[in-house]
Design a binder for this molecule. Structure first.
Ligand code: NDP
Length: 452
């Protein structure tokens, strides 16, 4: 490809980096490197693999400020959030460093001998990550892949590759051998797709849009290639009349406006019991007024710009002309700014059902427990969600009935590296995080040994 990739700071529109696009040949060369590195990496003793991944985690921890600044300049997320992400990358790597020796097989009682299982590495794993949490998404895939004995080829979203590229350098500095963790920066439709088609890539781990996820499923079918998908969402934040309304309202802006709403777990539908609808809405608007939008480099900024002019235009297709009950302020001048918006549209409006991936939230009334569950599940998605109530039994009944994979009660915090994360329905396939994810980065081998 002759033209080069130009990256802009979304808060200032200044060019921050220019580089060539990787071609399909570049991807092939990187996959060959990862394949060549695979036998030695899988043959390492588990404790040596643990030591190296832990050194990688420590090296990341020593570069938190640098990584955070890079992420904010490239992607626009507030510096406080970027710092949190950089620390979370280190923590994720520490978790998976510790997981290497704990991903044990089993022995199964059988007649005439013993039966044992082994977790075998897959080989080369291809990773395709999005632009909304670039380095965090990279670590969620690289951590378990390396821990399970695979080598990795990561293709980050082209518009936000800088922290992923830096992570690969830090891995080398930490002593992870050449070829074990590779980054290749090219367009999804060519460089990303090559990972789907390449016969030496044994699995694709993807985070991104449901539309592209579906295409990857079709592509992977050709080779029965392993595939995990973390896709879109339209998650429900359900507030019952008996909840601590002030607490629920104070937490609601963060649950949907964090990262400018560019979050697959964004609670972008707030369902409120009709008897407290007006009271909650007033509290929610008050809380949203405190949500500080501005320079992402400033430590007290809660929300920065959207990632690109193109994405701003995509969000505006939903928000232009939307009748809101609250619209926040944005800085004037350059940058891809979109205000926070709260709306109470008719239920059949597209904004109530489609993923917007911007700081726009709808508030929808419901009558009772059954109605809340019905509305919550009336979605092609099922990633995340929250329930706010003081009635513990009701909370359990409702979360069990919600068709979603990653939930929280009296909190909007449901994602941790030590607990399973993933979606029901068209929000995904497979799980990330926790010990469960290691099964998605290995094959289960069964061996019978005769004692006759
Ligand atoms: P995409 O799904 O297009 O991009 C995600 C990743 O997939 C990027 O690395 C992209 O590469 C790559 N990709 C795109 N097409 C292909 C392909 N044919 N084969 C292989 N890889 C491919 O998301 P967008 O950036 O276009 O965002 C669109 C919408 O998707 C958002 O508005 C949001 O609704 C949703 N989304 C959801 C995310 C989530 O966390 N679940 C994350 C990001 C977006 P490249 O961009 O370099 O071309």
């Amino acid at each position: 490809m002759s033209d080069s990739l130009i990256l802009r700071n979304p808060a200032t529109e200044e060019v921050i980096h220019e580089m060539p696009h990787a071609t399909v040949d570049d991807v092939d060369a990187v996959v060959a490197k990862a394949k060549a590195a695979s036998p030695a990496w899988r043959a390492l003793t588990p404790i040596d693999r643990t030591r190296l991944i832990r050194r990688f985690a420590d090296t990341v921890a020593a570069h938190v400020d640098e990584l955070a600044e890079l992420e904010t300049r490239n992607m626009g997320m507030p510096i406080g959030n970027s710092r949190w992400c950089a620390n979370a990358v280190a923590d994720t790597l520490h978790y998976f460093a510790g997981a290497v020796e704990k991903h044990t097989g089993s022995s199964i009682p059988v007649a005439g001998g013993i039966d044992v299982t082994f977790h075998e590495p897959l080989g080369v794993v291809g990773m395709i990550t999005p632009w909304n949490f670039p380095m965090l998404m990279a670590s969620w895939k690289v951590g378990p892949a390396l821990a399970a004995g695979n080598t990795a080829v990561l293709k980050p979203a082209e518009i936000t590759p800088l922290t992923s590229m830096r992570l690969a350098e830090l891995a080398l500095e930490a002593g992870i051998p050449e070829g074990v963790f590779n980054v290749v920066v090219g367009p999804g439709s060519t460089a990303g797709w090559r990972l789907v088609e390449h016969p030496d890539v044994r699995k694709v781990a993807f985070t991104g849009s449901t539309e592209v996820g579906k295409r990857l499923m079709v592509g992977c079918a050709e080779q029965v290639k392993r595939l995990t998908l973390e896709l879109g969402g339209k998650s429900a934040n359900i507030v019952f009349a008996d909840a601590d309304l002030e607490k629920a309202a104070a937490a609601a802006p963060g649950a949907v406006f964090d990262n400018s709403g560019q979050d697959c777990c964004a609670r972008s539908r707030v369902l409120v019991q009709r008897s407290v609808f007006d009271e909650f809405l007033a509290l929610f608007i008050e809380a949203a007024k405190q949500w500080k939008v501005g320079d992402p480099m400033s430590p007290d900024t809660a929300m920065g710009p959207l990632v690109t002019a193109g994405h701003l235009a995509a969000v505006r297709r939903y928000s232009d002309g939307l009748d809101t009950v609250f619209t926040g302020d944005v800085p004037s001048g350059p940058g891809y700014w979109h205000p926070v918006m709260i709306a109470t549209p008719a239920y059949d409006a597209a904004v109530c059902h489609e993923e917007i991936f911007g700081p726009v939230v709808v508030v929808i009334p419901f009558d009772d427990e059954a109605d809340a569950i019905r509305i919550c599940n009336d979605s092609i998605y099922g990633l995340s969600g929250s329930v706010w109530t003081r009635d513990g039994a009701k909370a359990i009944r409702v979360v069990r009935a919600m068709e979603a994979g990653t939930l929280s009660v009296n909190s909007n915090s449901s994602v941790r590296y030590s607990t399973p994360f993933g979606g029901f329905k068209q929000s995904g396939l497979g799980r990330e995080h926790s010990m469960h994810v290691l099964d998605h980065y290995s094959e289960l081998k069964n061996v019978f040994i005769s004692t006759d």
